[in-house]
Structure formats: C-alpha cells, structure tokens
Design a protein around this ligand. Structure first.
Ligand code: FES
Length: 73
C-alpha cells in the first residue's frame, strides 16, 4: 500500500537528545528518518502552488494534477 503525504517544510527542526543537538526531518525526504540527512536541499526552488515527488536519484517531478485537499504533515 502506498500513500501521498504532503510536506511543506523545507528545513529540519533542532532538538536536544541526551544533551546532544539532533536535527529532525520535516521535509519527508530523508533516508535516515526521523533524522535529517540534508535531502531537504532538493526542495529549493519548489513553487508553492505545485505538488512534486522525488525519484530515488533525487530528481524532482511535478505531479500533473493538483491535490489541494491532501493533508499536510
Ligand atoms: S529536513 Fe528532511 S532531510 Fe533535512
């Protein structure tokens, strides 16, 4: 089963865990969830009125149809 989840954040959040600063992924693209791996940099240049998906190579693709009612995480 698969699903589309809209994420609009383009940078991580900083949290302290056991006295160490950690960066949590908010963009949904990290391969090291829940931690940021820098993949959010791929979101630079996204248009706010478009919906995109990214392939395994990190290439951006625009979804032809818009899904305005998709829940944002
Ligand atoms: S916020 Fe998702 S990879 Fe950095």
């Amino acid at each position: 089963m698969a699903r589309i989840v809209r994420r609009t954040a383009m940078e991580p959040s900083s949290v302290m865990i056991d006295g160490k600063e950690q960066w949590l992924c908010r963009c949904g693209l990290s391969r090291n969830q829940p931690f940021c791996d820098g993949s959010h940099k791929m979101t630079r240049g996204e248009a706010s009125d478009k919906l995109y998906w990214y392939d395994d190579g990190g290439e951006r693709h625009e979804v032809a149809e818009h899904f305005p009612d998709i829940r944002s995480a």
